[in-house]
Design a protein around this ligand. Structure first.
Ligand code: PRX
Length: 649
């Protein structure tokens, strides 16, 4: 079933920016002559304050990894996303905002966007923010989130957006790690008819931060908040007072644009650093070509700006292209499961980009919710965040796409800046469950994890690496370049290691099989098992914890926690709930274990290392195939774990 190939429809090919022959030709040039290829693209797609003379200066060679693109050029991201459109499209809608409340929406033109961003930038300056300072954003999906990102870019401040679903502790860690000068938040975040008290969370977070950190508050719902005089600032009131003019800062192409924290297999989340020129070029180009965006289209990516998808494909890519980008505050199931489709109908959306977890959730609600809406404006469907299972792909294709729309399954990561493997709609036939082929300049290698050698045959199975730098890739881990080198460039020297497993088929198509490290993907949210473990062991009653992923029908993967209690503490349902709430408080609701098993002991080697392979098998309900357990210090613990396993599906 999954090997069936879907050729692009004639109308898709006719309209597409890139057809099959052009893809082959452009791809070949991008690999053979990267300097020529990317130099041309960068000059054509971006406005430079100072033209670059050097395109690429990059090496993956261990341990001196260093990536630079357009390094002697200067530009400003905000000028590229806003100012340069004023001459031609000042009155076109830049941001189409759909509130959580289906009766409320707003259209912000490029002219209005320019004014708001300049005012916000002047408020930041008034608070003493200067080029290079870090600013943390903890906001709902409201236009102010985009204003704040662009305002930072305008004055050269480095933003770090923290997903509004993260807890005060997680927020505090990110403010402290980036030594941010200022936090921008809102009173409340409405989602699905409920409200999260963001400002209250921010207040709690700031108790753990330097008292120099200022807090700008967007009064969004008007909900009650406590106010700390001298620290808290009403942004909208200040924006009304300051000048609507703000010059753009000249930025070197390699100056940082933003930091985004993401989970890895060990330790605390890492601050992934993206820079200015290469990132914007990659975001803009992929947005135009992968989604086949044309002037006048209405484009909707349902991600949250707290994740990289929201950065590249709600804000930077679309706005660099002068697009109309839809920003949605709500959830797919509120007021009911037709919301996505109603929004597509209401705003005549042309490109729709979402995550498999949302598709699976909506599939379960029945087709009538889709049928109820007129989806004739749609021209393309996209998927991102996790492998899309063929059932979900086929449903998306049949029920939403009416078997006439191309589906682009886009594989990429926070570290990548933009899409690396995906179909181009008019050029590449699709196969359900495959991200298909690499984007321009992207040279994937399937590497044998045992030997560390690249598998040269077309058909191959192994781990997914990249052989060469692409413009949008991250440049470092904030404050810890050694961690950058050791996490991504050390296991397989000379390559960027993605952490994903993959298969390449006889047609050279890539099939991503999921993470091969201790990172799990829960509803498209990336989570390190180590993070959940350290949250659990921080509880006074927990002696030890091990966390693994297991297959979950809706979420893709669920979180399975094995917990050993301190001597004298007894398992109980109340304690189970207490631990679950504890993790929620430490990290956020997305990290709550789905299943929690009391483990009198954990399977360990004689040297004390936890055998995660065994824990994964039990969590997957595949205990029949545990393999060799004779090397365990105490094989009998496994019996108990199997007997009391929580997943019996
Ligand atoms: O495992 C891959 C999965 O999501 C991981 C990256 O997560 P994050 O950095 O949060 O970025 C998500 C959005 C860009 C990858 O290592 N992943 C993402 N997209 C796909 C995917 N797995 C399979 N197919 C995809 N299209």
């Amino acid at each position: 079933m999954t090997d069936k190939t879907y050729e692009p429809a004639a109308e898709t090919v006719a309209r597409a920016h890139v057809n099959a022959a052009q893809y082959e030709e452009m791809y070949a040039r991008s690999i053979k002559d990267p300097d020529g290829f990317w130099g041309d693209e960068a000059r054509a797609r971006l406005d430079w304050i100072k033209p670059f003379t050097k395109v690429r200066n990059a090496t993956f060679a261990h341990p001196d990894v260093s990536i630079r693109w357009f390094e002697d050029g200067a530009l400003n991201v905000c000028a590229n996303c806003v100012d340069r459109h004023l001459a031609t499209r000042a009155d076109q809608t830049a941001i189409l905002w759909e509130s959580d409340d289906p009766a409320v929406d707003a259209k912000i033109t490029y002219r209005q966007l320019h004014e708001k961003v300049c005012r916000m930038a002047n408020v930041l300056k008034g608070q003493g923010v200067v080029k290079g300072d870090r600013v943390v954003l903890y906001l709902p999906m409201i236009p102010e989130a985009a204003y704040a990102m662009l305002a930072c870019a305008r004055i050269g401040a480095i933003h770090s957006v923290v997903f509004a679903g993260f807890s005060p502790d997680a927020l505090a860690n990110r403010i402290n790690d980036s030594a941010a000068k200022l936090l921008i938040t809102a009173d409340e975040a409405p989602r699905g008819g409920r409200r999260t008290a963001l400002k209250a969370n921010a207040d709690e977070a700031l108790l753990h931060c330097s008292d120099k950190v200022k807090c700008l508050v967007v009064k969004h719902t008007g909900g009650q908040t406590t106010w700390v005089d001298g620290r808290d600032v009403d942004v909208k009131a200040e924006m009304a007072k300051v000048s609507a003019d703000c010059p753009v800062e000249e930025m070197n192409a390699e100056d940082p644009l933003f930091i985004l924290y993401t989970s890895g297999s060990t330790g605390r989340p890492k601050g992934v650093v993206h820079t200015t020129g290469g990132y914007l070029l990659h975001a803009a180009m992929t947005h135009q070509l992968v989604f086949d965006y044309h002037d006048g289209d209405v484009y909707w990516c349902t991600a949250d700006v707290g994740w990289v998808t929201g950065h590249s494909y709600i804000v930077y890519g679309p706005l660099a292209n002068g697009a109309t980008t839809l920003m949605f505050e709500g959830v797919p199931t509120y007021p009911d499961a037709s919301r996505f489709w109603r929004v597509c109908e209401k705003h005549k959306v042309n490109q729709f980009y979402t995550a498999p977890t949302a598709i699976r959730a909506l599939m379960g609600q029945g087709e009538e919710f889709v049928e109820a809406a007129d989806l004739s404006s749609l021209r393309l469907l996209g998927s991102v965040g996790e492998p899309i299972n063929p059932e979900a792909w086929l449903w998306y294709n049949r029920v939403v796409g009416k078997e006439r729309l191309p589906i682009v399954d886009t594989w990429w990561q926070t570290e990548n800046g933009g899409i690396l493997i995906s179909a181009l709609p008019g050029a590449i036939a699709t196969k359900p469950g495959s991200a298909t082929r690499p984007f321009f300049g992207v040279e994937p290698a399937v590497v044998d994890p045992q030997t560390g050698k690249e598998i040269e045959t077309v058909e191959a199975e192994g781990v997914l690496c990249m052989k060469n730098a692409w413009p949008g890739m991250f440049r470092t881990v904030y404050g810890d370049h050694d961690r950058y080198v050791s996490t991504y460039f050390s296991d397989f020297k000379g390559y960027y290691f993605s952490g994903d497993g993959c298969r390449r088929d006889q047609d050279g198509y890539y099939w991503i099989t999921g993470r091969v490290d201790d990172v799990i993907n829960v509803s498209g949210h990336r989570m390190g098992t180590a993070e959940v473990e350290s949250a659990l062991v921080a509880h006074p009653k927990v002696a030890e914890a091990a966390v693994v992923g297991y297959p979950h029908d809706l979420k893709g993967q669920g979180i399975y926690a094995y917990v050993t209690l301190m001597a004298g503490d007894e398992p109980s349902d109340e304690l189970r709930k207490e631990l679950s709430d504890w993790v929620r408080k430490e990290i956020g609701p997305i990290a709550k274990p789905d299943l929690l098993q009391w483990a009198p002991g954990l399977p360990k080697t004689r040297s004390g290392k936890i055998m995660r392979r065994i824990l994964r098998k039990i969590a997957e309900n595949e205990h029949e195939s545990l393999g060799d357990i004779s090397t365990l210090a105490d094989p009998s613990v496994v019996e108990d774990l199997i007997e009391n396993r929580k997943n019996r599906d």
